[in-house]
Ligand binder design. Structure first.
Ligand code: ADP
Ligand code: MG
Length: 440
């Protein structure tokens, strides 16, 4: 009977919802009109009860031909009874949507493992029933571990259900720039009207708000206005709120009001599953050894893990060789352990490599070679030092931190697409490591 119920439920729910909330549940007893279902944990229990209680009852009632009440239980927790009620979903207001989302960042493409399970479940929960228990949802975790992916998955999910909902996904950068524009044009009303009209605000990389007092102030009011109106806010950051230096206390306390869910570096099995899934989407057949090889060499950043796979695919297809560990190992450059080095060292190594004078590298010249070298330098400085973006900008002759961010992004992408760039970066990193380790 439970198998039949599962089959029906699978057709009624989206796949991510089914996998997360229902699949792991078991019908443990059925009699006297009461079905007892055992679920994974209290978190799942709460959510099932809120969102799928009526559906569960309906399906079981249909299957058994008698009125069924559902009791959910976890080990060690009291059973919670469900009483029939209407589905809580309501359709939201309409407006045009200006969000640019990556079509690949969906729940179905997100691989769940032990280190991101909580963040994933919480994201799905707010996507399904926003503005309830986890408001705000604060996602934190290191670079390349899937925060942006999850946020955009929430946005996709919402928009799929309510295509006209005002789901705003913005970077902190974009929020700041919109604010600056509004101030310049003396048009704060439009700015406020826009952000406060969101049904759902997702704001990425909030760590960049540090030191920007006015942005923090305005964000605080935006947040309060949305929160009071019961609108869902999701925030992502590379670290927990208390650890963002210069973040105002009142924002820290707002961010801690809901749920803080962190994402840790994934284990080997999850990394292998991610590669496998990606290969399936791209219709590439990957031998198990290759998956294992790549997954065991790229351990701390999923973006780099994917980059390695892309390079392996590009290399084997361009040179028409088989996808084997032997063939790809030399082109993968397992990431070098990055040793800390002084900014001057990095600058001089980069200048030397590109045959430029240090002054040229630090100048404002827009010549192609110079600006590429500068971007590479900024990228390497980001990797080999703890300097903040603004500090790196200073080290490069007073560039803006957005320039630094843009440069790092660009080189990261280039590295993934372009075999030569990736070689160059590896060899420069090696030289910086050696210089960094050299005795004074
Ligand atoms: P962050 O915002 O935390 O720096 P991203 O969300 O940009 O990281 O993720 C980096 C890359 O890794 C993206 O291409 C994303 O699709 C992929 N990725 C991260 N986590 C997962 C996961 N659990 N399953 C599948 N792909 C993932
Ligand atoms: Mg991100």
């Amino acid at each position: 009977l439970w198998q039949q119920a599962l089959a029906i439920l699978a057709t009624q729910l989206t796949k991510p919802a089914f996998d997360t909330w229902i699949k792991t549940s078991v019908l443990t007893s059925l009699g006297d009109g009461v079905a007892t279902i055992q679920v994974e944990n209290g978190f799942v229990l709460n959510h099932l009860q809120k969102c799928y209680g009526p559906l569960l009852m309906e399906v079981l009632t249909d299957l058994t031909g008698q009125e069924i009440t559902v009791e959910l239980t976890t080990d060690g927790l009291e059973p919670h009874s469900l009483t029939p009620r209407q589905s809580p979903l309501k359709v939201e207001a309409t407006a045009k949507n200006s969000t640019a989302l990556n079509a690949k960042y969906t729940f179905s493409r997100f691989v769940v493992g032990p280190t991101n399970r909580m963040a994933h479940a919480a994201s799905l929960a707010v996507a399904e029933s926003p503005g309830r228990e986890f408001n705000p949802l604060f996602l934190c975790g290191g670079v390349g571990l899937g925060k942006t992916h999850l946020m955009q998955a929430i946005a996709h999910y919402r928009l799929e259900m309510y295509p006209n909902a005002k789901v705003y996904y913005v970077s902190t950068e974009r929020f700041t720039n919109d604010l600056i524009t509004a101030i310049r044009q003396d048009n704060m009303e439009d700015f406020r009207a826009y952000y406060r009209s969101a049904d759902f605000l997702l704001i990425d990389d909030i760590q960049f708000i540090k030191g920007k007092e006015y942005t923090q102030e305005e964000f605080f009011h935006t947040f309060n206005s949305l929160h009071e109106a019961g609108k869902q806010v999701v925030v992502a950051s590379d670290r927990a709120p208390q650890r963002i230096p210069g973040l105002q206390d009142r924002l820290i306390s707002r961010f801690s009001m809901g749920l803080i869910a962190d994402i840790q570096v994934p284990d080997l099995e999850t990394r292998m599953a991610i590669l496998q899934k990606k290969a399936e989407y791209d219709r590439i057949r990957l031998p198990k050894e290759v998956i294992e090889y790549i997954a065991s060499h790229y351990t701390s950043n999923i973006r780099e893990l994917e980059g390695a796979l892309i390079r392996a695919i590009a290399y084997t297809s361009l040179s028409s060789v088989a996808m084997t560990v032997e063939n790809i190992a030399p082109v993968l450059n397992p990431p070098v352990e990055k040793v800390a080095a002084a900014p001057e060292t990095i600058i001089s190594i980069v200048a030397q490599h590109y045959q430029l004078k240090v002054e040229e590298l630090l100048s404002n010249s827009r010549r192609r070679e110079v600006s590429l070298a500068r971007q590479v330098g900024m990228y390497l400085m980001r990797q080999h030092t703890d300097l903040s973006l603004p500090r790196i900008g200073e080290a490069f002759g007073g560039k803006d931190h957005t320039t630094v961010m843009y440069s790092c992004d660009k080189i990261t992408q280039l590295q993934q697409k372009d075999w030569e760039t990736s070689q160059t970066l590896t060899s420069l990193s090696h030289r910086i490591n050696i210089a960094g380790q050299a005795p004074e």
